[in-house]
Ligand binder design. Structure first.
Ligand code: KIV
Ligand code: ZN
Length: 423
């Protein structure tokens, strides 16, 4: 945990503001699964070189665990995970395996060169999955979980177990599974909301019940893993952290199965901006968030929606005149974090039909034109007409507007002067 997060009373830092009272922040590990759960969605498949490029960036970003893939899925994925495991030393490298020996063996093979390997074993625990997907009983599931965790622990000292579809699992059975997984040796237990079904209140309750049930295993880290089918993945992850989760699983740009996974950048920025409220902090270098998001877009060819929180093109853009005026007077009026803090080079004051005179003057100033109030009045009329016609006023439009305003004004001045001379 970086010392930046570790000092009480340091929650009111430049670039963000949280008006609640500071408390000593708890460390929350960030488990990035962009290269595994993220990659599992249509259009996001990545080759070895692409995974390696992103893995280096994720390591620099400061993730604690980097899930590199699902080695049993294909020889190519095993090879990619192995390549990542061989190179990345700054964080743990995880490989996923179902609770089956061939899967676990493939994951172990891929993790062989890792400096800090994490074996990630999962099995569904909801009755729905047991009955229709796996066609096994609860007792059989429990046996499979325990025997594969024990087997994994013989070959890897860091073993995570995920109870797939935990949020729809019978609560008593889930508790039985957690206790058995902890007894078998899992040091991290993940409670995924696999289908994005839970709510913040409910997910928080699951974590509180799990923490209480594992009272005799305080060393076991509880992990949250949320999907975004109801748009609640980040809210659910934060609720889990409030209820005791000390690892959060997420992806860059929120990519992942169906509606995606919880977005890494949204979680870590929420924990940063509202640090006094959550009293939790991560090791993420916020300044590298934007470049990481851009790298993922360029590697996959999938762009980020403009209104995406933190990394979307409009996240730090202001068009409304009232907002622009506030931002020019004090950015805190309409921004909860300065763009530079997350690696965005500057905010944008977009000139459109909602913009005001103040923003227009400021942009012209940046373009090197210091203008009089009369020129501003003329420019504003022309810029508004242009915005009505074309939705936005570009710098090029502005240059042509200021030149034509100045031309017209000097022509009018010359006409007045010759009229006066002729009298
Ligand atoms: O969503 C899920 O349940 C998963 C597990 C394999 C961790 O991705
Ligand atoms: Zn998932």
């Amino acid at each position: 945990m970086s010392t930046e997060h570790g000092r009480p009373g340091h929650t009111h830092r430049a670039g963000s503001h949280d008006f609640t009272m500071p408390r000593w922040p708890e460390a929350v590990d960030v488990f990035d699964t962009t290269l595994r759960d993220g990659e599992q969605s249509p259009g996001f498949s990545m080759h070895r070189a692409e995974k390696l490029q992103l893995a280096r960036q994720l390591e620099a970003l400061g993730v604690d665990v980097l899930e590199a893939g699902f080695p049993i899925a294909s020889p190519g994925d095993l090879d990619s995970v192995r390549a990542v495991a061989a190179e990345i030393t700054g964080c743990r490298v995880a490989a996923l395996a179902r609770a089956r020996q061939d899967d676990v063996d493939a994951a172990l093979r891929a993790l062989e060169p890792a400096a800090k390997p994490r074996l990630h074993i999962f099995l569904a625990t909801s009755d729905l999955h047991l009955k229709y997907k796996l066609r096994i009983s609860r007792a059989e599931a429990l046996n499979q979980i325990v025997s594969m965790i024990r087997y994994g622990c013989q070959h890897c000292e860091d073993v995570e177990f995920s109870a797939e579809d935990a949020s729809r699992t019978d609560r008593d059975f889930l508790i039985e599974v957690l206790r058995a997984a902890a007894e078998a040796g899992a040091n991290v237990i993940n409670l995924p909301d696999t289908v994005g079904y839970t709510t913040p209140e409910e997910y928080g309750q699951i974590f509180r019940a799990a923490r209480a049930a594992l009272a005799s295993h305080p060393e076991v880290v509880l992990s949250a893993h949320c999907h975004n089918d109801l748009g609640l993945a980040v809210a659910n992850s934060l609720a889990a952290i409030s209820a005791g989760a000390r690892q959060v699983e997420c992806t860059i740009n929120g990519i992942g199965e169906r509606a995606g996974n919880a977005s890494l950048e949204e979680i870590v920025v929420a924990l940063h901006v509202r640090q006094a409220h959550y009293s939790a902090a991560t090791n993420i270098s916020l300044e590298k968030i934007y470049s990481t998001s851009r790298m993922l877009s360029s590697v996959t060819g999938v762009s980020v929606p403009p209104n995406k929180a933190v990394v979307g093109a409009n996240a730090f853009a202001h068009e409304a005149g009232i907002h622009q005026d506030g931002i020019l007077k004090n950015p805190l009026t309409y921004e909860i974090i300065v763009p530079e803090k997350v690696g965005v080079s500057s905010r944008r004051l977009v000139l459109g039909k909602h913009s005001g005179r103040n923003a227009l003057r400021s942009r012209l100033d940046e373009l090197g034109y210091s203008i009089t109030d009369e020129e501003l009045a003329d420019c504003y009329g022309l810029a508004t007409a242009q915005a009505d016609a074309a939705k936005q006023v570009t710098d090029r439009d502005l240059l042509s507007i200021i030149h034509s305003v100045r031309r017209n004004r000097s022509q009018a001045f010359a006409d007045q002067a010759s009229a006066a001379a002729a009298q």
